[in-house]
Design a protein around this ligand. Structure first.
Ligand SMILES: *Cc1c(COP(=O)(O)O)cnc(C)c1O
Ligand SMILES: [Zn+2]
Length: 419
């Protein structure tokens, strides 16, 4: 164990501000956790707080090793010790695409798509799972447990497979079959739960209490936000500057909090001098965070959250308090989109940017259109659309926007009839 006195980072409670050494606490702030309601937003979410000098050194190092792949380039900006393994996968390092046809279609010449469908398990969640699996190895933990709407568990299963770790997954039985099959193929032990994501979350906490398994849950394990900050680094390096706005599909609020953290860490490192506006996109039936940002009121959990975008379907957003604060501090906004708009966005993104997204990923595009209409972004802005999950994960939803043509006879006559 490394001596705490030389630590370049500590854990700080995002609610009460108390700081802890890594050795002192593993998940949430013990003081604030006393206010935890079962099934409620997570109280006392901890974040990694860095010494500015360490961030400056880490950023210099990242600039000096452009050939290091994936998250390894940012290793010195991640809270891992020297004993944490390298992930033998390309996590992160996803392209920030010019999207000429989408740009002209919607009249935004400075639009970019950050294509995070191109992660090993095909979603943004790989960034968090990679860091959590590195920490599990560093701590000597052999079993990692997670509750998930699908992608977090799939990502954990994937990265755990790459390192030979045991993954135990609690997932709503209603998760899209592709995600279930994917995690089973990676060799995870999957426990479908006859209930909601929120109930699966509670069950996984019980498993951690009972069996001591290392818990990856979003906004419960303090390293999920830290892993999810890495796309901000990649965006700034790809654009050579800070964009005006980043549009992020939001469920529990960890991705958007992570993106905020990435930009703030770069400011502390002296690499950039301002934040982009963070635009949170939520679905009508699961919009606690966007509602709170829009109304200025406190966060209220959604009763019976529902949306076609399963990855952003949550009643009590676990990192909701943090996300609302980060969005407000960035000068950003919340937008709310319908399921119809989300389904339509799948086809728009695929046809005009050639990026095939699952509903939650496509929600970013639906949200961008709403934000444009509401004047939250202007056509001149540099805007990055974060597309977070691949379309093949949920074919049932994607197929609502297309019609599979009837087959033809394999002869020239039939060809003539068709065209
Ligand atoms: C998890 C997820 C989100 C939302 O991330 P949160 O951290 O829960 O806000 C968005 N899109 C996809 C594809 C996801 O898997
Ligand atoms: Zn606290």
């Amino acid at each position: 164990m490394k001596p705490t006195t030389t630590a370049t980072w500590r854990l700080v409670c995002t609610e009460c501000g108390e700081t802890y050494d890594e050795q002192a606490v593993r998940y949430v702030c013990p003081r604030c956790a006393q206010q935890q309601q079962p099934g409620g937003v997570t109280r006392g979410v901890l974040q990694v707080s860095w010494q500015p000098e360490a961030l400056r050194a880490g950023w210099r190092r990242a600039l000096g090793v452009p050939d290091r792949i994936g998250l390894e380039r940012y290793r010195d900006l991640l809270p891992v010790g020297p004993s944490a393994p390298r992930i033998p996968l390309l996590v992160g390092d996803t392209p920030t695409l010019d999207v000429p046809r989408l740009r002209s279609r919607i009249g935004m010449p400075r639009l970019f798509v950050k294509d995070d469908t191109r992660n090993p398990s095909a979603s943004y969640k790989d960034r968090a799972s990679a860091l959590v699996c590195m920490k599990a190895a560093e701590y000597g933990e052999k079993t990692i447990v997670a509750a998930s709407t699908g992608n977090a568990a799939t990502a954990l299963s994937c990265v755990a497979a790459s390192l030979g770790q045991r993954a135990v997954i609690f997932v709503p039985a209603s998760a899209p079959p592709a995600k279930l099959v994917q995690m089973l193929c990676y060799g995870a032990e999957v426990v479908p739960v006859d209930g909601t994501y929120d109930q699966a979350f509670e069950l996984s906490l019980e498993a951690t209490r009972r069996f001591g398994w290392y818990n990856r849950n979003t906004a419960f394990n303090p390293f999920t936000v830290e892993g999810k900050k890495t796309s901000a680094f990649e965006i700034v390096l790809a654009l050579g500057k800070v964009p005006d706005a980043v549009v992020v599909p939001v469920g529990d609020g960890v991705i958007i909090s992570g993106v905020a953290k990435g930009f703030r860490d770069m400011i502390a490192a002296g690499a950039i001098d301002r934040m982009p506006r963070l635009i949170a996109v939520q679905a009508e039936g699961s919009a606690s965070i966007a509602r709170a940002v829009r109304s200025g009121a406190d966060l209220e959990p959604t009763i019976d959250a529902h949306t076609v975008a399963d990855s952003i379907c949550v009643s009590a957003p676990r990192a909701g308090l943090l996300a609302v604060r980060e969005i407000r501090a960035s000068g950003g906004a919340g937008v709310i989109v319908s399921d119809e708009a989300i389904l339509e966005a799948i086809g728009e993104l695929a046809r005009h940017a050639a990026v095939f997204a699952e509903p939650a990923g496509a929600a970013a595009h639906a949200g961008l259109l709403a934000a444009l209409q509401q004047g939250l972004v202007t056509p001149k802005d540099d805007v990055v659309l974060l597309v977070t999950g691949h379309g093949l994960k949920d074919i049932a939803s994607a197929s609502k926007g297309v019609k599979i043509p009837s087959a033809i006879r394999p002869d020239a006559e039939a060809l003539k009839e068709r065209f």
